[in-house]
Ligand binder design. Structure first.
Ligand SMILES: [Zn+2]
Length: 118
C-alpha cells in the first residue's frame, strides 16, 4: 500500500500513523532522482487498519479509491489481532513479527533474530 506525495506530506503521515495507530511505515523516493516521495505500509492488515482509520470520519474522498478500499477490505478477515506485547496489528499469531520471533519462533530463528539485533 503506497501513497505518493511531497516529502512534508509523507513525513507527517508517517508520524500521525505511528502516533495514532502504532503502525510503522516507510517513506522513500517514488523513483530514483524524483522529488516525489512515497509513503509505504507493509502488509494488507496494516493497510486495512490505516484505511479504516482514514475513512472512519471522511466525508470527502475519491470514489475510485474508496471502491478499491472496499474491495481490499472484503478480501480480508474481519478480525485482526493485536500483538500481546506491543499492540501492533498483525494478521496471524497474536504477536507482531518481531515479538513472534522473540517469543515463539523456533530456536534457530530466534537466535538469528537476537544476533541480528545486537
Ligand atoms: Zn509486538
Amino acid at each position: 500500500m503506497t501513497i505518493l506525495g511531497t516529502d512534508n506530506f509523507c513525513q507527517a503521515l508517517k508520524r500521525t500513523v505511528e502516533e495514532k495507530l502504532n503502525i510503522n511505515s516507510t517513506v522513500c523516493h517514488a523513483k530514483k532522482g524524483s522529488k516525489t516521495q512515497q509513503f509505504v505500509l507493509h502488509g494488507n492488515i496494516v493497510g486495512k487498519v490505516f484505511f479504516d482509520w482514514l475513512y472512519k470520519d471522511a466525508t470527502i474522498y475519491l470514489q475510485r479509491k474508496y471502491d478499491k478500499y472496499l474491495e481490499i477490505k472484503s478480501k480480508l478477515p474481519v478480525h485482526y489481532y493485536s500483538c500481546k506485547i506491543c499492540g501492533k496489528p498483525n494478521d496471524t499469531h497474536g504477536y507482531c513479527r518481531k515479538h513472534y520471533y522473540e517469543y515463539i519462533g523456533k530456536e534457530k530463528r530466534r537466535q538469528r533474530y537476537l544476533n541480528f539485533k545486537k
